[in-house]
Design a protein around this ligand. Structure first.
Ligand code: ADP
Length: 193
């Protein structure tokens, strides 16, 4: 059973590629952004608590997302691909505990990289179809990228130290990035077989 984190800035394509990889390698795709949007959509108390932060482009509280991931990990015995989590060093530390509690091992953290102007271009493009209010406002987009630089980028150092981090170029077309990702995941899948 393989457990993978897909890491990267807003707009880099984590959701798209997590979907492709989940399908190809029979992994469960766990997106904290999707989980939070589902809570808002369903009008749950948790959804009401996070709605304003998400609309502003702030990260929501660590405890909230850690709780959601804990619940999701408890609900399956399959390998998982995490998209949008961990996003702070505290979440990364919590994930180590969660994996240990759920008898899982972290196999790899794959960072997808792309230049800032390309991220902004993709978020604008996605705004036309996503209906996401946080994709439609330039100030919110800027703020999400600031949150990424300040709180999420340091997570790469956490995984560099443990030797789990692999970075791939995600600046090109979807199928180019997909091929690069599959090369990494193929190796993981064949390891320890
Ligand atoms: P993107 O990667 O384009 O920002 P996501 O769907 O991953 O899209 O996240 C959307 C929003 O959901 C974030 O801006 C943040 O408010 C919230 N969010 C998602 N995942 C997390 C997380 N792990 N920690 C804190 N907030 C999160």
């Amino acid at each position: 059973m393989k457990n993978i984190v897909l890491f990267g800035a807003p707009g880099v394509g984590k959701g798209t590629h997590a979907n492709i990889l989940a399908e190809k390698y029979d992994l469960i795709h766990l997106s904290t952004g999707d989980m939070l949007r589902a809570e808002i959509e369903a009008g749950t108390p948790l959804g009401k608590r996070v709605e304003t932060a998400m609309e502003r482009g702030d990260l929501v509280g660590d405890d909230v997302v850690i709780g959601l991931v804990d619940k999701a990990l408890a609900s399956t015995d399959q390998g998982v691909i995490l998209d949008g989590f961990p996003r702070t060093v505290q979440q990364a530390q919590a994930l180590d505990f969660l994996f240990a509690n759920h008898r899982r091992r972290m196999d790899c953290v794959i960072s997808i990289d792309a230049p800032r102007e390309e991220l902004v271009r993709r978020i604008h493009e996605r705004a036309l179809i996503s209906g996401r209010t946080d994709d439609a406002n330039d100030d919110t987009i800027r703020h999400r990228l600031e949150e990424y630089d300040a709180k999420t980028k340091p997570v790469t150092d956490y995984y560099k130290v443990s030797g789990l981090l692999v970075s791939i170029d995600g600046s090109g077309e979807i199928n180019q990035t997909s091929m690069r990702l599959c090369k990494v995941v193929d190796i993981l899948m064949n390891r320890g077989k």
